[in-house]
Design a protein around this ligand. Structure first.
Ligand code: CP
Length: 308
């Protein structure tokens, strides 16, 4: 069995192109498995996984749980809102208590950037980052790139624009690292207030012009406006934002070619994209969600292999 170069999945910045290709190859196999009448394999029997979520989630949490069940792992779910974290228990104490119950892998979402790196220095289990604040969301970018590859083939020299709230987005940073490692050309587009000052130094193009960026790209990843992370006002109103940076059917029809539309979810319908765009033939949003299970099965399976 081929192995990943790392024991943990802390971020895409920490893994190689070969790791990404191996995850995709493994996910191709698992995608076949989950489309069979019997969707379960015994690969992670006797492996126990804790899903530890200090922030809300729909897609990522359900998708990890399903991936674990399809691999026959034992799983426990922890949500900070109904735990002793509310009584002041620290992250390290919380996780050590879970590990004392003989847990092998920890899937964690945490609001603090770098929380997973901190944990990896203190515990022995495999750690998978399911989102750390505004930093990285590695499995989201893997399923995004996997879905794009499925739709458009090899991503070398394909042009991908990431639109919107780049400043607060862990999806944006992981997508930038992942797509560049796969040889794609990447552009970020949004109002100046929502683009980090030095984002160009990551190797991406920077634009404030949506129409020109959509004409340039093969695929557009429309990010959610993260109002919950915005303490200041970054644009006058949602209405004005959607007029400048929202994608509508007339805008798509005005382009010289058909582009692919993505969104990591949850969608603010009518803000980043209209309902008609979200539900159109050009949208691969539900393919992204479907592929999330196969990608997470691949990550769990391959990381479990690094501990044997
Ligand atoms: N894309 C994503 O991370 O969605 P959730 O917050 O619902 O997990």
């Amino acid at each position: 069995m081929s192995l990943l170069s790392t024991k943990h999945l802390l971020g895409i910045n920490h893994i190689t192109r070969e790791d990404i290709e191996l995850i995709f190859k493994t996910a191709d196999n698992f995608k076949q498995v989950i489309n069979r009448p019997i969707k379960k394999v015994p690969s992670l029997r006797d492996v126990t996984i804790a899903n530890v979520f200090f922030e809300n989630s729909t897609r990522t949490k359900i998708s990890f749980e399903l991936a674990e069940k399809r691999l026959s792992a034992d799983l426990v779910n922890f949500s900070s809102s109904s735990s002793s974290v509310k009584k002041g228990e620290t992250l390290i104490d919380t996780v050590n208590n879970i590990l004392a119950m003989k847990v092998d892998m920890v899937v964690m979402r945490h609001p603090a950037p770098g929380a997973h790196q901190f944990l990896a220095r203190h515990i022995d289990a495999n750690i998978i980052n399911a989102g750390d604040g505004t930093h990285e969301h590695p499995t989201q970018s893997l399923l995004d790139a996997f879905s794009l590859r499925e739709k458009m083939g090899d991503l070398s020299n394909k042009k991908i624009v990431i639109v919107g709230d780049i400043l607060h987005s862990r999806v944006a940073l992981s997508n930038i690292y992942c797509l560049l490692k796969l040889g794609a050309k990447v552009r970020v587009c949004g109002p100046p207030t929502l683009l980090p000052k030095h984002v160009g130094s990551l190797g991406v193009e920077v634009s404030h012009n949506l129409a020109e960026s959509l004409e340039w790209c093969d695929a557009a990843n429309m990010l959610r406006i993260q109002l919950e992370r915005q303490e200041d006002k970054y644009f006058p109103s949602l209405r004005e934002y959607s007029q400048q940076y929202g994608v509508t059917i007339p805008i798509l029809k005005s382009l010289s070619k058909e582009i692919v539309l993505m969104h990591p979810g949850p969608i603010n319908r009518g803000v980043e994209i209209t309902s008609e765009v979200a539900d159109s033939e050009q949208s691969i949003i539900l393919n992204q969600v479907e592929n999330g299970v196969a990608i997470r099965m691949a990550v769990l399976y391959l990381l479990a292999g690094t501990s044997k």
